[in-house]
Ligand binder design. Structure first.
Ligand SMILES: *Cc1c(COP(=O)(O)O)cnc(C)c1O
Length: 357
C-alpha cells in the first residue's frame, strides 16, 4: 500500500521546461527556473536545468543551500530580499540576490568581503503590484550605492507583478522596465546583464508582444510545474497540467444520507454550506485535510466530488463503495500543492524522466 503523498513527474516537468525554454528563446529571453513550490527539490531543479534553464531561483536560502549541497553548480538566485539575519548564508550559497534596501546591500557587501566572494545584485523595481521593489524615482540612488559597495556586482534589474495585487504585466509596465534599464546603463556607463521581466504571469504579455524590449529573462515556477498561467489559471497549450499529484488514502466508505441531520451552526472551518437532500450516497473519506493541503484547490478524479473537509478528513462522494487502503489522486492548485509539499505527514514520490530517445 502506497500511503499518502505528493507525486512529481520529472519527465513532465522536463517537457514543460523544454517547451518554455524554446518559447522564451524565440524572444531571446532566458528561463530562470523557480523551485520554491517544491522547496528546492534538487531533482526538479536538475530537470529544469537539463531542459535549458540558465539558473535556478528560490525565495528561501534553505532551499538554495539544499540545491548547492546536492551538487548543482549553475547560478543560484535568491528572489526574495535577503533577511539581515541571513546575509552570511546568502553570499556563501547564492550567486545573485534580489534587493530593495541599501542597508541590506551594505550587510551583503560586508559579508561578501568576509567570505572573499563577489555577490551579484538584481535591484527590484515596483511597477504597480505593490509587493517588493524600489519606486522608479529611487532606482538611481540604490544602483549608485551598489556600484560603490565593495564585493558587489550589479547584475541587473527586475520587477514582479501579479503575485500580490493581480496587476497584469502589459505593454506599459514592461516598457517602463525597459526604459529604466536604459537609464541605468546610460548613467552608469555599463550594460546590464539581466533585465528580468517577471514570472509565469508574463507569458500572456510575451505572446501578445512581438518586441519584449530589454527584457531578457523570466522567472518561471507555476507554468513549469502546473502547465498553467496564473492570471486566469488557463492551461498553456502544449504543457502538461498533471505533473503534480496529491495522493490520499481511503479510511472509510459507507452509504450515508447526503443531507446532515440536526440544527446546524458553523463548521470547523467557517459557515456551513447549504446542502440539497439527494437521498443516500456513497460517502468516502480519505485521510487528508486542511492541515495537509488546500481542499478548495483540489481537482478530484472524474466521477468523484469533494463534499467537504476538516483538518484531517476529506469527504468525497464516490460512484461506488471504495475499500480502506485504496488511493485517490487529486490535481492540486498552487496553494494546496505548496502546503502538501510542506506537510510532514505526506511523503514524496518522484517519477524519473523517460530517458531521451
Ligand atoms: C515566486 C516568484 C516567481 C515565480 O512565480 P511563478 O508564478 O511561480 O512563475 C518569480 N519571481 C519572484 C520574485 C517570485 O517570488
Amino acid at each position: 500500500m502506497t500511503g499518502p503523498g505528493v507525486e512529481l513527474d520529472l519527465g513532465k516537468i522536463r517537457d514543460n521546461s523544454a517547451l518554455l525554454v524554446s518559447l522564451l528563446g524565440r524572444f531571446e529571453i532566458s528561463l530562470t527556473g523557480v523551485t520554491k513550490a517544491v522547496r528546492g527539490l534538487p531533482e526538479v531543479a536538475a530537470a529544469m536545468l537539463g531542459a535549458g534553464a540558465v539558473a535556478v531561483a528560490d525565495s528561501r536560502i534553505e532551499n538554495l543551500e539544499r540545491l548547492r549541497t546536492s551538487g548543482i553548480s549553475e547560478r543560484l538566485v535568491l528572489i526574495r530580499s535577503p533577511m539581515m539575519s541571513q546575509v552570511d548564508r546568502v553570499v556563501r550559497t547564492a550567486d545573485v540576490s534580489y534587493n530593495t534596501e541599501v542597508s541590506v546591500l551594505r550587510a551583503l557587501s560586508a559579508a561578501a568581503r568576509n567570505a572573499a566572494v563577489r555577490h551579484g545584485v538584481i535591484v527590484m523595481v515596483e511597477l504597480g503590484d505593490l509587493r517588493d521593489g524600489v519606486r522608479p524615482q529611487d532606482l538611481r540612488s540604490i544602483v549608485d550605492a551598489t556600484f560603490e559597495l565593495p564585493n558587489l556586482t550589479l547584475v541587473g534589474i527586475g520587477t514582479n507583478l501579479a503575485c500580490r495585487s493581480g496587476v497584469v504585466p502589459d505593454e506599459d509596465n514592461m516598457a517602463t522596465l525597459s526604459d529604466l534599464a536604459e537609464q541605468v546603463e546610460t548613467s552608469s556607463g555599463s550594460p546590464l546583464e539581466v533585465v528580468s521581466g517577471g514570472n509565469s504571469a508574463n507569458l500572456d504579455w510575451l505572446q501578445r508582444e512581438p518586441d519584449p524590449g530589454r527584457v531578457n529573462d523570466l522567472r518561471l515556477g507555476e507554468a513549469i510545474l502546473f502547465g498553467r498561467e496564473p492570471l486566469r489559471r488557463r492551461p498553456v497549450p502544449g504543457l502538461h497540467t498533471d505533473a503534480l499529484v496529491v495522493r490520499a488514502e481511503v479510511i472509510e466508505s459507507k452509504r450515508k444520507p447526503s443531507a446532515p441531520k440536526g440544527h446546524r451552526e458553523e463548521t470547523a472551518f467557517g459557515a456551513s454550506a447549504p446542502v440539497v437532500d439527494r437521498g443516500e450516497i456513497w460517502q468516502t473519506i480519505v485521510a487528508l485535510g486542511h492541515q495537509d493541503t488546500d481542499p478548495d484547490g483540489l481537482e478530484a478524479p472524474a466521477g468523484i466530488t469533494i463534499l467537504g473537509a476538516s483538518s484531517d478528513h476529506l469527504v468525497l462522494e464516490t460512484p461506488k463503495q471504495m475499500a480502506p487502503g485504496d488511493s485517490v489522486r487529486f490535481l492540486p492548485g498552487y496553494g494546496g500543492f505548496v502546503r502538501a509539499m510542506t506537510s510532514p505527514y505526506l511523503g514524496q514520490t518522484l517519477t524519473a524522466p523517460r530517458s531521451p530517445s
